[in-house]
Ligand binder design. Sequence first.
Ligand SMILES: [Zn+2]
Length: 504
Amino acid sequence: MKYLYLSIVALFLLNSCKTSQVASVAEAPKKMMPDHADIIHKEVTQRGIKSHIQFLASDALRGRNTGSEGLEAAAAYIAANFDAAGVGEVNNTHFQSIPFVTFTPPAEASLSIGDIDLTFRDDFIAINGKAADFSAPSVDIGYGNPSDIEGKDLNKKIAVSIAGDGVSKNPRDWVAASRDKRKRAQAAGASALVEIYQSTALPWSFLRRIGTRPQTTFDEGMEQNDLVNIWVGTTDSLTIATLQEGKQPLTIKMDEVARDRFTSDNVMGLIEGTDPALKDEYIVYTAHYDHVGIQTPDETGDDIYNGARDNAVGVTAVLSLANYFAAHPPKRSAMFVLFTAEEKGLLGSKYFTEHLPVPANQIKYNFNIDNGGYNDTSIISVIGLTRTEAELDIQKACNKIGLTAIEDPAKEQGLFDRSDNVNFAVLGIPAPTFSLGFRAFDEEIFKYYHRPGDQVETLDMDYIEKYVKAYILSSIHIDGRQEAPFWLEGDKYYDSGVKLYGKK
Ligand SMILES: [Zn+2]
């Protein structure tokens, strides 16, 4: 109530200023463009920013794990804030519901061929399947692409394949390749799929950890999730050769696995553009709102991973922008999307970009937010700052708020391709990520990155306030351009962009 009262007073004051302006003949002609920085400073308050973060990163939301009640509460909160601000729905809803399944690997499993016994987790993991105890001959299917499988008799046999599709070197893509391969193997009547994992990009020790944890993926129906799928990580060449030869049957044993099916939502909002010529163009403002839930306690015994930096701050910035645009509408249509399941492998944004509510070529830009943490409160780190034509727009906005924008300082981390923006980029849509200021991925970052201490009490709120304001002003600058900013020539995604928008 107090808040409303203050707004009424502010409105009254604003009105009386206008009246006196009109009355004064000596007054200079009114400026056409409102000074958005001024308005932002008046309307966007630290108290408002902090209250969003406080709720989203509260212990009550239990770390916002995908599929948890805590994340559902966060979704309801975001939608309620859209409604309160007058931000519209997308196709009559704020929610894009996504079917998920969480696969909990077996407690024990064994795999043997001839007199070679592989050790569960050290040598192999189960990434899919059901309780099993059988022996069957194996058939080498190369990479398991359609042409590799054609003409091979896989009926009641174990398909042995190399992990990946033979094209992408990125093990993250291999998981998706695995899904497709599973479908093909199953359609051909195979009783299991065994993939040989060979990559130095993502060491086996990492895969081994994954193999012991529940894994969340898209739910594509029971039959798709049933086939036993094993990844073998041994480097022993005799074992690998024996597996590929197919001269001896393989024996697979696997304990019962658990499968939990559920839905989780992307939360969406829309404000129509005011420029008749540009309102069919969309800029999509995004941040993921999920985090990693409850995990191993830290030294204080705290086991709730609150995710204030990652990414309650980002959600707050997008909500604050939506709120601002509701009062001061943009030229282009503004869509706001808060993604679920980013921490499960960018799944929410993957689903969104595969089920877009408007044609992809009408989405001219994606201005994403994701955060690991910060170690320099004088800067904003924009992952992809120098890769699109918006560099100057963002830089000027940050300067106006008293900050400097810098390009990704930790290229070795591959951050551009590790957040939700990449799912837009692969379609050709220019998509940088606006992050809290960091100069390197150092101790200061790791102190809070995916740790229970990433909570609101450890935030420098003066800096967070500037960060949010800089995001709003940058968005206004980007929206204000005559032509939406495109990729710079030579960028890895430039050609996809040319194709998407039919540029010359
Ligand atoms: Zn994040």
